[in-house]
Ligand binder design. Structure first.
Ligand code: NAD
Length: 497
C-alpha cells in the first residue's frame, strides 16, 4: 500500500484535492517509499485559512500558557528524538548520528524560545513628560510562512517555528518535497504537547504552494531557506506584496589554512566539514585555501583521512550517506568531471566508491581535488556534495581576496596559531559567520544564524534576538492617567515638558 504523505491542518491530516503527488525515495536503496501531496492553490488557501482562524486565540493566550506548551514540546522532542532522526535518515540519507545532531541543534532553539517571557519584555519610561509615561510592547504578526530546504528537514524549520509560536504567531510550514515526513512528525508532537489546533500547519507542495504563500494577504511574513535563485525570487515576490521576508540562500564556504596552523587539526576539520552529511550542508567547507608552502602536506593529510571514510547506508555503521536524489548525485559527479577536464588533480575519486548499501542507492564517495583555480566551475558553483577543492595561494591577502570577491558570504573559517592573524581575519572578511580553528561555525540559538551577500536577502538573521524581532511588531505607547486636564485647544505639535 502506498505511503501517502498529506498536509497537516487544524491538528490532523488533510489530503487536499489536487490529486498531484511527488515520489519520495530512500536514497540508500533508491526505492520509492512514499508519495507526497503537492498542493493546489485551493489546498494552500485551506491551510492558510486554518492558520488565520487560529491566530486570534493563540495571540491572546497568556505567555505562561504558551511557554508551558513549549516546555512540553521540548521534553517530548528530547525523549523521542531518535524516532525523528531515523525518519530523516530514511528520506534524506544522512547517517543517524548526524540526523540526531541536527535535531539537537533545532532543540536548542526550542530551549531559547522557552525563555520568551524575558525576551518579549518591553521598555517603560515613567514621567517622560510631566505625568506622561511612555512604553513599548512587541506583538505577533499573524499567520507566518516557513519554506525550508531538503538538507535539514528538522533543524531549519526549528530555526523559526519555536520563536514564531512562542511570540504568538500561527505557522504554515512548507517543507521540501524531497523529505517531507519530518514535518508531520513535528506537527503530531506539537499536538501531543498541547498546542491548540491550527497554530502549526504543514503545507506540502512545489512552486504552486510557495507562490500562494508569497502572495496571499493573510500571510504576514516569510522565512525561506534554500538555494540563492529561489531565495532571491521569494524575497522579491513576497516583499512586493508587503510582507516581512528573510530569505537565506546558498553558499560557497572557504577555509583558510595559514602556514603556522596545526595541520592535523586543519586536516581533521577539512574532512569533517567537507564530507559530513555528504557535503549537503550550507555550512560545508567546499574550498580549502592553502596559504604558502604547506599545501602538499595539507593535501596528503586530508587524503589520508578521507580515504578511510566509510560511505554507506545511514542506518549502518557508515560515516557518510548517499546524496539525496539520483539527479543530484549525477550533477555533483559532473562537476568532478568538469574539474578534472579543466586541469584539477583528482587526489581522491568518489565516482568509483564501493558503498555499504543498496546497489540502486545514490552514491558518491568523498572526492578531493587539488590545484583548483578560481575559473573552474567546481570552484565558482555551489556543488552541495562531497567534493573538497584545494586552492593554492601565496599570501593571506590573496586568500582574503578570494573570499571577499565571492558572491556568497555564508560561513568561513581560518586555521592558525597566530591570534593577530585571526583577529585581522574576523575583522576583514565579508562573511556572516566566522570560525577560528572551528570549521562549521553555526551560531548558538541565542545568537543569530545568517550569511551576507547572496547568502541572505533581508535584514534579519534566523533565531536569537533577530528571530524575536522578526516575528513581532513593536508598538510604542504614550499614556497620561493622572491629572488629565489640558490647556485647551492647541494645534501645535506635542512637546514634552
Ligand atoms: P531549493 O531552493 O531547491 O528549495 C528550497 C525550497 O524552495 C523547497 O521547499 C522547495 O520546494 C522550494 N522551491 C524549489 N523551487 C522552487 C521554485 N521554483 N519556486 C518556488 N519554490 C521553490 O533548495 P534545496 O535544494 O532544497 O536545498 C539546498 C539549498 O539550500 C542549497 O543551496 C543550500 O546552500 C541552501 N541552504 C541554505 C542555508 C542557509 O542557511 N543559508 C541552509 C540550508 C540550505
Amino acid at each position: 500500500m502506498t505511503n501517502v504523505i498529506s498536509h497537516w491542518v487544524d491538528g490532523g491530516v488533510f489530503a487536499g484535492d489536487s490529486g498531484v503527488t511527488a515520489s519520495v525515495t530512500n536514497p540508500a536503496t533508491g526505492a520509492v517509499t512514499g508519495e507526497v501531496a503537492l498542493a493546489s492553490v485551493a489546498d494552500a488557501r485551506a491551510v492558510i485559512d486554518a492558520a488565520a482562524a487560529a491566530f486570534p486565540g493563540w495571540r491572546d493566550t497568556s505567555l505562561s500558557k504558551r511557554t508551558a506548551v513549549l516546555f512540553r514540546f521540548r521534553e517530548l522532542l528530547n525523549e523521542r528524538k531518535t524516532e525523528l532522526a531515523e525518519l530523516i535518515t530514511a528520506e534524506h540519507g544522512k547517517v543517524v548520528s548526524d540526523a540526531l545532531g541536527e535535531v539537537s541543534r533545532g532543540q536548542e532553539v526550542v530551549e531559547f524560545a522557552c525563555g520568551i517571557p524575558h525576551l518579549l519584555k518591553g521598555g517603560y519610561t515613567e514621567n517622560a513628560s510631566t505625568k506622561v509615561d511612555a512604553y513599548s510592547i512587541r506583538q505577533p504578526l499573524g499567520p507566518v510562512a516557513i519554506i525550508s530546504p531538503f538538507n535539514f528537514p528538522a533543524m531549519v524549520p526549528m530555526w523559526f517555528f519555536p520563536i514564531a509560536i512562542a511570540t504568538g504567531n500561527t505557522v504554515v510550514l512548507k517543507p521540501s518535497e524531497k523529505d517531507p515526513s519530518a514535518s508531520l512528525w513535528l506537527a503530531a508532537l506539537w499536538k501531543d504537547a498541547g498546542l491548540p489546533d491550527g497554530v502549526f500547519n504543514v503545507l506540502h507542495g512545489d512552486k504552486t504552494a510557495v507562490d500562494e504563500l508569497l502572495t496571499n494577504p493573510k500571510i504576514k511574513s516569510v522565512s525561506f531557506v534554500g538555494s540563492t535563485p529561489i531565495a532571491q525570487y521569494v524575497y522579491t515576490t513576497a516583499t512586493a506584496t508587503g510582507k516581512r521576508v528573510q530569505a537565506l540562500g546558498g553558499a560557497k564556504n572557504h577555509a583558510v589554512i595559514l602556514p603556522d596552523a596545526d595541520l592535523d587539526l586543519a586536516a581533521d576539520a577539512m574532512v569533517n566539514a567537507g564530507f559530513g552529511s555528504a557535503g549537503e550542508r550550507c555550512m560545508a567547507v567546499s574550498a580549502a585555501v592553502a596559504v604558502g608552502p604547506i599545501a602538499d602536506d595539507l593535501v596528503a593529510k586530508i587524503a589520508e583521512r578521507a580515504r578511510n571514510i566509510k560511505t554507506g547506508d545511514g542506518t549502518k555503521d557508515s560515516d557518510m550517506g548517499p546524496l539525496v536524489t539520483a539527479a543530484h548525485r549525477d550533477k555533483v559527479a559532473s562537476y568532478i568531471d568538469a574539474g578534472e577536464a579543466a586541469g584539477a588533480k583528482v587526489v581522491l575519486d568518489g565516482r568509483h566508491v564501493t558503498p555499504d548499501g543498496g546497489q540502486d542507492g545514490f552514491w558518491l564517495g568523498p572526492t578531493l581535488l587539488d590545484n583548483v583555480t578560481p575559473d573552474m566551475s567546481v570552484y565558482t558553483d555551489e556543488i552541495f556534495g562531497p567534493v573538497l577543492s584545494v586552492v593554492r595561494v601565496e599570501t593571506y591577502d590573496q586568500a582574503l581576496d578570494l573570499i571577499n570577491t565571492n558572491p556568497y558570504g555564508n560561513g568561513t573559517a581560518i586555521f592558525t596559531n597566530d591570534g593577530g592573524a585571526a583577529r585581522r581575519f574576523q575583522n576583514e572578511v565579508e562573511v556572516g559567520m566566522v570560525g577560528i580553528n572551528v570549521p562549521i561555525p553555526v551560531p548558538m540559538a541565542y545568537y543569530s544564524f545568517g550569511g551576507w551577500k547572496a547568502s541572505l536577502f533581508g535584514d534579519t538573521h534566523a533565531h536569537g534576538l533577530d528571530g524575536v524581532h522578526f516575528f513581532t511588531r513593536q508598538k510604542a505607547i504614550t499614556s497620561r492617567w493622572l491629572d488629565p486636564s489640558h490647556g485647551g485647544i492647541n494645534l501645535g505639535f506635542p512637546q514634552n515638558g
